[in-house]
Design a protein around this ligand. Structure first.
Ligand code: 2AM
Length: 187
């Protein structure tokens, strides 16, 4: 199964960002972007890819331990950014150092459980908003979010999420996410 470890902002924070991104849908070429639905927005802390189901008991044990080692902390969604002209995202500010340490621990725990953790990308907290499906400049979209600052929220939970990719040939269908387990951070 395809797995990743994530933190999900509360729906109030996602709703603020959804309001801010509503303007982006009016920009030229917005129809050529594949937009992620707000109720699927999350921060990926570690991407595990395909994991054998037999590893789940040890994986959940180790991720739980990683979660309990790090304190609940505060973030707010802030600004837009892009990975080239491929991915448009929203960033985070606040205790991002704590989030980064949590991400490192989650990746280390998953690795010790035998999962192959993709560490080819440096951890860069982001919520993917849209992916370009052709040649579109994402600069105006990122710039339109430059002044966005959401309300602070508490990050108190780490989640193990299963991702089911859409079957091929189904235009417009998005991956489906299912939270398999979740752990409270230290309080
Ligand atoms: P993305 O939004 O930046 O693409 C489910 O696919 C989640 O896992 C998404 O948040 C996605 O991040 C992330 N993801 C997919 N492949 C990844 C990889 N190779 N390295 C890190 N994160 C990845």
């Amino acid at each position: 199964m395809r797995l990743f470890v994530a933190v999900t902002p509360p729906s109030s924070a996602l709703a603020e960002l959804a309001d801010a991104t509503a303007l982006l849908h009016a920009l030229p070429d917005a129809g050529r972007l594949r937009w992620a639905a707000p109720d699927t927005w999350h921060f990926t802390l570690a991407f595990l890819g395909e994991v054998d189901e037999g590893l789940l008991p040890e994986l959940t044990e180790r991720l739980g331990r990683a979660a309990h080692r790090h304190p609940a902390h505060e973030l707010w969604l802030a600004r837009g950014g892009r990975f080239g002209d491929r991915v448009l995202w929203a960033g985070a500010e606040g205790d991002v150092g704590v989030l980064g340490e949590l991400a490192r621990s989650a990746a280390a725990g998953a690795r010790r459980a035998g999962a192959g953790v993709d560490e080819s990308r440096a951890f860069h907290p982001h919520l993917t908003l849209a992916r370009a499906t052709g040649r579109v400049s994402l600069r105006p979209y990122a710039e339109a979010l430059a002044d966005f600052r959401g309300s602070p929220f508490r990050v108190g939970r780490l989640e193990l999420v299963r991702s089911r990719l859409p079957g091929s040939g189904v235009p417009g269908e998005r991956p489906r996410y299912e939270t398999l387990a979740a752990w409270d951070l230290r309080t």
